[in-house]
Design a binder for this molecule. Structure first.
Ligand code: SAH
Ligand code: SF4
Length: 480
């Protein structure tokens, strides 16, 4: 999300005549795009700010105009407190105020400190073409919606990023077409709640009948939205733009997976068969306290339905350990859910209390920090075991891999990802342009290659790295 916000802010600044440097000493303006989701994310920014403000003090003589700005969720959460506390911060811009950056910075140059932390009901930056900046340039994030209406009891997002609103479909399609023309091979549709996408601006297209988007057994805290274009309409249109372009999306909410979406994922070869399904807990009691709108049973029914419609799908998830009132029994239920589902990737966190949330006002943060941490470690270890099983099952299979570049471990190896988002490492070799043709070409990032998995190994993180034997370059549109 922060990469995407940076690309939007950067596009606005570029139009206003700014140019970008990656060398800190060259910069006249330093902007930090921030996250508030957990205390730890904010701590990282505080450390960085300390470093930057010390730098600013040091170079006050030869660079009196150096400006420091804080963008995004932390600006929104702390508002002017941040200006008061960090006296050397000059500019604050909340997630909906990036268009105002040139004005805010110009005030900063006149010695004033400037802030805009207004949240909007409409801002989607639909007309701002982000300047994409992934290192290899073959994959890009495309923001499709902003904000969140779910109000999970632990979560700050609805307060820092505001109400949920979707970017018009036409502007998303325009951006994806442009990326395809630039040779981008993988697009990740981005939002806090991607699958509750609703474009009310183009109702004349008429969406799927009935238009209730909810998965069976799930409910929302808000009234079900009616009309508009749905996530299935968006996926349908985006995936038709370029059959060689992989489509991923994150982060979805389990409540918005009706069969139409699942069937579309199954049918379209370029929509990756990998679904992020944040569970947060395996205990219905805790899920209720979290206000997630589903029970363990409803979640497991959804997993079964997904696996029935998309056989072989890879599932990943988010979990929080030590939420208010979580008992040892609840924790065991979470471990058993992880064993039962068998995810291949997990994002696991110890609960971090956030001001303004329902949990902050109404619940007790009563699980001691060492217990949260111990439960987190247990969860990580069960996750690793299960992920290893899922990934080991790939040994002997042939995988279509989108090449990202050299592997971190060696310049003799390349790495990329398979459809299920598992990292694949393989030897750097030349390959024939077409099977049985003598002309050999080096493999470069953005190529699709077929690799035979012959070895699996643990990464430091939860997923596995595969060391593979290379087979041949393919045209993914022709199938394999
Ligand atoms: N919209 C996404 C979540 C985005 S936040 C969703 O609903 O799945 C990413 C993850 O951060 C959440 O899934 C949750 O696991 C974690 N998270 C959010 N608030 C947290 C908190 N207060 N403490 C610890 N983890 C938290
Ligand atoms: Fe936060 Fe829940 Fe919204 Fe995700 S769905 S951003 S966890 S409030």
């Amino acid at each position: 999300m922060n990469i995407s916000d940076t690309e939007i802010a950067w596009s606005i600044l570029q139009k206003a005549g700014y140019s970008r440097t990656h060398e800190l000493p060259e910069a006249d303006v330093v902007l930090l795009v921030t996250c508030s989701i957990r205390e730890k994310a904010e701590q990282t920014i505080w450390n960085r700010l300390k470093h930057l403000t010390a730098l600013k003090k040091r170079c006050q003589k030869h660079k009196p105009l150096l400006k420091i700005g804080v963008l995004g969720c932390m600006a929104e959460r702390l508002k002017t407190k941040l200006l008061e506390q960090e006296k050397l911060v000059d500019v604050l811009a909340g997630p909906d105020a990036y268009r105002d950056l040139p004005r805010l910075l110009s005030l900063g140059y006149r010695g004033q400190r400037a802030s805009n932390v207004l949240l909007s009901l409409e801002e989607t930056y639909a007309d701002v073409m982000p300047v994409h900046q992934t290192p290899e340039g073959h994959s890009a994030f495309v923001s499709i919606m902003r904000g969140c209406d779910n109000m999970c009891s632990y979560c700050i997002v609805p307060f820092t990023r505001g109400r949920e609103r979707s970017r018009p479909l036409s502007s998303i399609l325009e951006e994806v077409r442009m990326l395809s023309d630039q040779g981008v091979k993988e697009v990740t549709l981005l939002g806090q709640n991607v699958n509750s996408y609703r474009d009310f601006s183009e109702q004349h297209f008429i969406c799927s009948e009935g238009s209730t988007q909810l998965s069976r057994g799930f409910k929302t805290v808000y009234r079900t939205k009616q009309g508009g274009l749905l996530f299935s309409d968006l996926l349908d249109k985006v995936s038709q733009i370029d059959p060689d372009m992989r489509i991923r999306f994150t982060s979805p909410h389990p409540k918005d997976f009706p069969d139409e979406v699942l069937q579309l994922i199954q049918e379209r070869r370029n929509i990756c068969k990998q679904i992020h399904l944040p569970a947060q807990s395996g205990s219905s009691r805790v899920l209720h306290a979290m206000r997630r709108g589903y029970t363990r049973e409803a979640y497991l029914d959804l997993v079964e339905n997904i696996r029935e419609i998309i056989p072989g799908v890879n599932l990943s998830s988010d979990f929080i350990t030590g939420f208010c009132g979580e008992t040892e029994e609840d924790h065991q239920e979470t471990l058993s859910l992880v064993r039962e589902v068998g995810y291949n990737v997990g994002f696991l966190f110890a609960y971090s209390m956030r001001k303004k949330t329902h949990a902050y006002h109404r619940l007790q943060d009563d699980v001691p920090a060492p217990v949260k941490q111990r439960r987190l470690e247990e969860l990580i270890s069960v996750f690793r075991e299960e992920a290893a099983k899922v990934n080991m099952a790939l040994i002997g299979s042939t995988q279509l891999v989108l090449v990202e570049g050299e592997s971190k471990r060696s310049s003799e190896e390349l790495c990329g990802r398979n459809d299920g988002n598992v990292k694949v490492v393989f030897p750097k070799t030349d390959l024939p342009i077409q099977p049985e043709k003598p002309q050999m070409v080096p493999i470069t990032s953005g190529d699709y290659v077929l690799v035979k998995v012959n070895y699996g190994q643990h990464d430091n993180k939860i997923e596995l790295i595969w060391l593979c034997l290379l087979s041949l370059v393919v045209n993914p549109a022709a199938g394999f």
